[in-house]
Design a protein around this ligand. Structure first.
Ligand SMILES: [Zn+2]
Length: 163
């Protein structure tokens, strides 16, 4: 029997003002994306903003539905919009935030496994990792380079992509 250990490392900043201008601006865009969250059931809003190589910003917010499985996370709303409309303009970074009136978030919300898997697929497709910034009001900011920092055992099988 062998035991293996995986270490995850991420950068933590105390305040948005500690980020460089580009990261700071993208976090503000993610906050703006919260406005269009459709979350009448969970009352938990999530906002995402992607910065593309061209400088274009793509927004996503969680979209819920009374038929629960029909909804989608903010991250995938933004990522699929990118995939459908700007696939040749690589994603450089993605900022994600969340808000609820029900309680105070004291640490960033991390993307779910499905969103990380989608991010990983697009990183492979564009052959470039995505810088991920996670933050919430009153909490620290976490930053990593690439989805595998949060999903080290993501699923990928190269032979499935071959024609
Ligand atoms: Zn998700």
């Amino acid at each position: 029997m062998n035991n293996h250990e995986i270490k995850i490392s991420f950068d933590e900043y105390d305040a948005l003002t500690d980020l460089n201008d580009s990261d700071n601006a993208l976090c503000i865009e993610a906050k703006n994306a919260l406005k269009h969250s459709h979350s009448p059931y969970s009352k938990f809003s999530v906002g995402a903003a992607l910065r593309l190589q061209s400088g274009k910003i793509i927004y996503g917010s969680n979209q819920e539905n009374v038929a629960y499985p029909s909804g989608l996370c903010a991250e995938r709303v933004a990522l699929f919009h990118w995939g459908a409309n700007y696939p040749n303009d690589p994603i450089e970074s993605m900022a994600i935030t969340a808000h609820t009136d029900a309680f105070k978030l004291n640490q960033p919300v991390t993307p779910c496994g499905s969103c990380l898997q989608v991010m990983a697929e697009y990183e492979k497709k564009q052959d470039q990792k995505i810088r991920i910034l996670l933050f919430c009001e009153g909490g620290p900011i976490w930053a990593v380079q690439g989805s595998e920092s949060f999903l080290p055992f993501l699923f990928f099988e190269d032979r499935l992509a071959k024609s």
